[in-house]
Structures are given as structure tokens and as C-alpha cells.
Write a protein that binds this ligand. Sequence first.
Ligand SMILES: [Fe+2]
Ligand SMILES: [Fe+2]
Length: 392
Amino acid sequence: MRITFLVDNLPHPTLPLLTEHGLSLYIETDDLTNRLIGESTNRKIGILCDMGASGAYIKNAKALGIDLNTCHWAFLSHAHADHTGGLGKWVAQYGHIPVYASHHIPTLQCYSSRPKKVEGQKSKVESQRKVSAEASLLDYAEPMPDFMSEANKVASQRSKVEDQRFNDSAIQRERSEFDSPHHQITASPRYIGADLNLFRGHTPWFKPIEQNTWISPDIALVHPTCHQYSKPLGNKYLTVVTSQKSKVASQRFNDSAIQPEQSENDSPNHQITASPSQSEIDPFDHEFALAFITGKGLVIVSCCSHHGALNTIASCMEFTGCNTLHAYIGGLHFVDSPEVEAETTSFIGDWLRLYPNAHLYTGHCTCPRAATLLKAHLPKCHTFYTGMMVEV
Ligand SMILES: [Fe+2]
Ligand SMILES: [Fe+2]
């Protein structure tokens, strides 16, 4: 099984590939039908897992000689725009290929209230990465997709209007935690969800997933339900408005004295109907992992691991019945914070106790401080980057 990281936060050390804060992987694996009958053929199936924040993954795939037209199906791990931002370009070019994703995604509005770091206060590791990226002229990021900047204008406008109603919300409570000179407080929660307009009307490419599902006899989509282990601390910044709340909020908003200048149908984001102040901590009902049963054991791809990698692994083992972990691939959502070293150290202890022989490929939302600790203590931990290819 070969995995190519089509786009990631980290640049390729030598190739001129596009880099962005986002993740997209191309997975080539044996055709199980052939494997079951014991024939050794070179036939592979291709799976696209996530689409990064823009269309960069498509350009990088071409540069790497990967023909996405040969992809059998695609998958979106969760609604966040650093994984779904390239969906519009996918549908435009590869709309004949099915895309599996949670049935919640078309009605979810996701927000982040995580403070952005001031540029001059980046950690030493981050600064070193930046220097190395600039040195090789590879630190290229495509601009934020239009739908996100428009959505954030709407979110910001409504946030101001509803600030008085905001006092009890989870977002407001968390804002105060970051009144620190090390952080720049965001003015309002930022929209970080999918472009909901893509899910309107006729969407034959969209294959909604409601529960754990076998896509083929050895590949499953698994929603983590285990709560035995801790979840990433960074989840506390992430909120969501579901469709029902959205309708209620929309009604309230329309009844209020302040109306949007445009009618909803004129707006490019007419589906963004609720204020972020209506949002609640995201339970990540929209997150699924990919679980492959291989001859070496379970290979799990969980792009942001918002449920926690250890919970995700336990859930995949329970559903598939395969209790040997060969490799776990994905971000761990260990975001930079004063607690991240304790969070990572606790994870390392559990990992060594539970899966001492398994490989861990991580990057993306695993912050540099966490990645450094993981590599120092886990001999089979690898950091992925844009353009990296691994055989697992
Ligand atoms: Fe992410
Ligand atoms: Fe995420």
C-alpha cells in the first residue's frame, strides 16, 4: 500500500510543489478481489483522502505523475476547510468519481475561535521551518478560497450584531483564556467549515455516510465512538452550528431590526444562516477514519484525529475485528499551547504501552513542539510532508 501526501503544511525538501495549511493524501492499495483469490497482480485501486484547502493537491498530483482520473473514489474525513477546501475544484474536474463523507457535512457550519499567533512570536522550530522553506522557494500557499472569506465576512457581521447574546457561549468563555501578550485575540470566530453551496441541488457525486461502512471487503469508514482516552485539547476552540439551530437562528436574525443588506439568495453564502454565537463545542459527529485491513495489520488514516488517535484506533479495531495496528497516519490535532508538551507526553506513554510496534506518520495539525517530542520518544514515528511517498 502506497500513500502519497499530495499536500501538507510542510514543503517537500527539493521538489517545487505547492504547500498550504491543509491535507490531502492519495492512497494506492491492492485490489482485494485479486488478493482474495490469491492472484498476484499489479492491479491497484486509488483513493483520494481529503482535498486540502484549495486546488493545490490537484496541481501537485500532476507534478508527481499521479492521474486523479484513475481514482476509484474519494473521501472527506471531516468538514473543516483545510480538508474540504479543494472540493469545488474536485467536483469541477472529477465530478464522475464518488465522494464519501459524513451526511452531516452539508448542513454544518464550523467555526474556530483559536487565537492566531502574532507572526513575530512563532516558535523557534516554526521559524526554522519557515527559513528552510523560503530558502528552497517552496513555501507557497494558495489564497483562502472565496467562499471562506465571504463566509467570514458574514460571520463577523453577525457576530457583532449578536455580541450581547454571546456572553454565555462557549466561545466567549474561551476567548478570555487567551488574554495573553503571546496571542492575538481574534475579533470573532472564523468560519472554517465546508463550502455548503457545493452540496445544494443535484450532487450525484456525494455519497453520504451515516454509520460505519465497508466500502470494500477490507476497507471501512469508521466513526470513532470510543471515549476511553483523552481528546485533543485544541478541540475546545472548535464549534459548530447544526442545521436545526441554523434555522432557529436564521428566523431570529430575520426578525431582528438589523437585516443583512443582501437577500440570502443574492449572497454567495446563503447557506450560512446562523450566527457563530449559536454554536456549541463540536462533538465531531462528522468525522470518519479510513481503516484498511492489510496483511501486516490495521492501517488507519485519520486526518485530524479530533476524537483522539487512541479512541479512533480502538473504534477501528472494534468495528473491523482486526486488533493489530500496523500504522496510523494523520494529524493528531496537538496544537501549540502551554499544555501541549504534557498532552503529547501522556499520548507517548499510552502509545508505547498499547502499540509499541506500530508506525506513526504524523504532521499537519501536530504542532512542531509535539512532533519533536514524538520523534524523540517513538522510534517508529515519522513526520510527513508535501510530496512524501511511503509504502506501508
Ligand atoms: Fe486539519
Ligand atoms: Fe480539523
